[in-house]
Write a protein that binds this ligand. Sequence first.
Ligand code: HEC
Length: 260
Amino acid sequence: MKVIKACLGVFIAVTLIGSVFASNGSVHLEKVNNSLCDKASLQRGAALYMNYCAGCHSLQFVRYKDMAKDIGIVDKNGNVLEKLVNDNLNFTSDKANDPIVVATPKTLSSKWFGVPPPDLSLVARSRGKDWLYSYLKGFYEDPKRPWGVNNIVFPDVGMPHILLALQGTQVPVYKTITVQDEQGKYLEKQVISHLELKTPGTLSPEAYDKAMVDLVNFLDYVGEPHKLERKRLGVWVLLFLVVFTLFAYLLKREYWKDVH
Ligand code: HEC
């Protein structure tokens, strides 16, 4: 019931105030339609994260237990199902109350990848959801790069394509555009128009997209665990302001009626 109310709240808030979406301007970002109210999606996203990303990327502001509670891994009384969390989401020797950190020292990972894999606690906020979704779908074959892949929204990325087996191999399809150089001369330039699947992975493209929506949904939740609560409260604040304005107006009319 609480969840339905919160979802309704979010919907009204979005309808009332509208929302602003971040985009990085130069590359076309694919829009992601995720829902923080969808606990099953958050749980699938968490499972994907713990299996494929947590080996390199920490989530230092999140504790296993708080995460489990927020995404609904609880019994009827709201207590976290710790065994379920430890068997399916925590592959380290850390306790349920510990934050999600990586065991690999940064010096080693810097040596392997050139840069250490950053903490992803706030990545959904710093980069934006659409950027993340496009990033996770945007790896393509590039033999010139150390890991044999590049990324359409993150040129020369230092991360290998961890989900290659699921997605399969993509190759770029180029188009020619005309650009003006500093002297005003027109030049033809080859840019990537879109990516095409060369070798299929274990997931169909639709299933891969759906999995990435879940993963982005999870990172969106991680970036702001209290977003739902905040939006739910926001609706009440707005409603209060509307009602208050009405009363203030009626009061003003009452006070001024004898003045004229
Ligand atoms: C083998 C280690 C490794 C794994 C596993 C891995 N990454 Fe990365 N990731 C990196 C490295 C290294 C970088 C830094 C790349 C750079 O700056 O060029 C990175 C960068 C990123 C970035 C860009 C962050 C930013 O704002 O610059 C995102 C987002 C990201 N990874 C998401 C993921 C997700 C989601 C997964 C799981 C599906 C994952 N990564 C799995 C190594 C890894």
